[in-house]
Structures are given as C-alpha cells and as structure tokens.
Design a protein. Structure first.
Length: 365
C-alpha cells in the first residue's frame, strides 16, 4: 500500500491533488497543513472539507519553520511526497521566503532522505523560478541565478537548487505556469495577480499596464496541472523537470491578452456604459517612477498600482517556454488553449464580482 505525504495540503494545488489521488488511486494520504493552535486546526479542517473526513486521509499539523517539522510522521510508511507547501505571495519579504520556501524545502529533503520506501518526491515549483531570463526556458536546471522580480521567484529557484544537489533522492520538479481558472468552464476558485489586474482594469483603476505588448504570458488550468502532476509522479522518471504550461509557440502575448479581455469586458453592459478606455502599455522606467510616486500616497489608485508592482518586471521579459519533456511524458497530451478561456473567465469574474457576490445571489439575480 502506497502512502503519499502532501505538504501544503490545504492550499489550492495541494487540495486539488489530494482529490485527484483519491479519485485515481488507492493511496493513503497524509495531509500536512500549517497550524499551531486548536483554533487554527479547526479552521484548517474546515478548509479541507471532505478531505478531513475521508477514511483514506489523515490530517497532520505542523510548521515548516520549526526545527523538526516532520517529527510526528513515521518515515517507514512514506512512498511518495508531493511538496506543495510554500508562501506564494509575490509580495513576500525575503526573510519569510527563505524560512518557508527555502529552509522548509531543506527540512523536507532531510526528512525524505530517511524514508526507506520513498519512490518519488515531487516538488511544486513555479515557471518563474526562471527569474527575469529571456529566451528559451528549457526543462532543466537553471545553473546560474538571474535577476528576479520578487523574493518568491528567487526562493523557488533556490529550492530547486537544493533538490538538485540531493541526487540520491528520487525527485521530480514541476514548474507550474500561472493558473487562470479551474477548467475549460472558466470558473475561478483562487485569484492571483492576473485576476487582481483584471479587476483593476474592469473598474477603471488601472489606466496603464506595465510590460511590452509582445511579451508572452503563460497560463493554464488547475485541471491540467493536477492531472499532469498526478500522472508524472507515478509514471515519469526521477530527476526530471517539467514545465507544466503551454509552450512558447502557443502562448498569448500580453497585447493579445489585453485586447481579448477588453473585448470580453465590453460585452458587459455595466462596463460598456462607463466608457473605460483600453489601458496603454508603460515602459519599465516609467512604471518604476509611477510606483515610486504612488508609494508616497494612499488611496485606491495607489493601492492598484502597488498591487501589480511585485510581478511587473516579468511583463518586460519574454520567455520561450519549452515543454517537450512534459508532452512526451504525458503521451502527447497538450495543455489547454488559454485563448479559448478568456470569454468564460471574464464572464465568471464579472458575474461573481471577483468572488464578492454570493452564489445564491447570482442565481436569483
């Protein structure tokens, strides 16, 4: 009987992977979540929902910042590990990114080294561990560090280096593109920098967009990410890296994305009535000056600009993401065409007012 440990099991990808494993296999699951007190445990159990009650699941509470965060877990049982735990906020400070994303990965690797039955250790990384590199982003280790847009990207690059140095471990690294929605329905469960930016554009709070119109952006669905990781950890070779994303030839440019979103927004009577103009692209030095100036003031516009700032540098860095290893390992299965998702994602965000409008209210309106 396999036993899979999922760290960050209450996170978006962690939960989705747990559900996928329950539906597609017979593993026993150890769901590792951060909690330090009884109230936090109750809240995390509520967040896990049915997973916390499933007989094949056991919830384990801990904190990667502790000296021995996995002390209560029997190493003899573990056959697979999916390391999803991380602070994923682009605005994370360096100290927190180091403590959780880097040192936490070291502790996880130390724990995995002592698991005698371990078959695979899957690490959920980010496509933006590449930093501000331009050009080809291959499915291999980035040997030299690059400049990074934020501490989150840097910490993911450092964590990849840690695992690569642990050659006895049967690791795999999954570099995940930005998740746009759950599946082809366009439903959004967890919002990120893309959705926040779209909200600002819809309400006319962002008159300029940082970036170059021809910069490619990489987006995917939760469904594709989870299906890929679930299959790869059992079927693909160890010491492999996979860019879980659409490839460079199929990626949308930032300009095309902005055009498609604006066109989709215009189908909404409320947006069309306001006469909001499509935002202009802003050169990097100009945007930096704008951020510096806005940081001295409060208000909605200042908050809007500052919320985009931690990721903005990536929008000037054009990447040609390679996915040959991923496509081959998945037997030719291709990632979703995100061009087809713009209308459904936009419609969902508008209908739910970016998650602020209750489901019952939407049904009655």
């Amino acid at each position: 009987m396999n036993t899979t440990l999922i760290t960050g099991a209450d996170g978006h990808i962690g939960q989705a992977l747990a559900h996928w494993l329950l539906e597609n296999g017979d593993d026993q699951l150890l769901l590792y979540v951060k909690a330090e007190c009884e109230s936090e445990r109750i809240a995390k159990d509520s967040r896990l929902g049915k997973l916390a009650l499933d007989p094949r699941c056991r919830v384990i509470y801990g904190d990667l910042r502790k000296s021995d965060p996995f002390a209560q877990i029997s190493r003899d049982r573990i056959t697979h590990i999916l390391h999803c735990a991380a602070v994923t906020n682009f605005g994370v400070d360096q100290e927190t990114a180091r403590a959780v994303n880097i040192e936490g990965t070291k502790k996880l690797a130390d724990f995995a080294t002592d698991c005698p039955r371990l078959q695979r250790l899957g690490f959920v990384s980010s496509l933006y561990a590449a930093g501000l590199r331009n050009g080809d982003i291959a499915e291999e280790l980035f040997e030299n560090s690059a400049a990074f847009a934020n501490h989150y990207e840097w910490s993911k690059w450092e964590a990849e280096q840690i695992l690569h140095q642990r050659s006895p471990l049967p690791w795999q690294i999954f570099r995940v593109a930005t998740i746009l929605c759950e599946d082809m329905s366009g439903v959004v469960v967890q919002q990120n920098v893309i959705h926040n930016t779209l909200r600002l554009l819809y309400y006319g709070l962002l008159s300029v967009i940082p970036g170059h119109a021809d910069t490619r952006i990489y987006m995917t669905t939760t469904e594709f990410v989870v299906n890929a990781i679930g299959r790869l950890i059992y079927q693909a070779d160890e010491h492999a890296m996979f860019n879980i994303s659409n490839g460079g030839d199929d990626a949308m440019t930032l300009g095309a994305f902005a055009d498609s979103i604006y066109t989709a927004f215009l189908r909404d009577a409320r947006f069309a009535k306001q006469g909001i103009l499509k935002p202009l692209f802003c050169e990097q030095n100009t945007f930096r000056t704008l951020v510096k100036g806005m940081s001295q003031f409060g208000g909605t516009m200042s908050q809007a600009i500052l919320s985009v700032a931690p990721f903005a540098a990536q929008l000037y860095s054009d990447k040609n993401v390679r996915t040959c290893a991923l496509t081959q390992a998945l037997g030719g299965q291709l990632p979703p065409d995100t061009n087809l998702l713009i209308d459904t994602v936009s419609a969902h965000l508008i209908a739910t007012r970016w998650g602020l409008k209750p489901v019952q209210e939407r049904r009655e309106s």
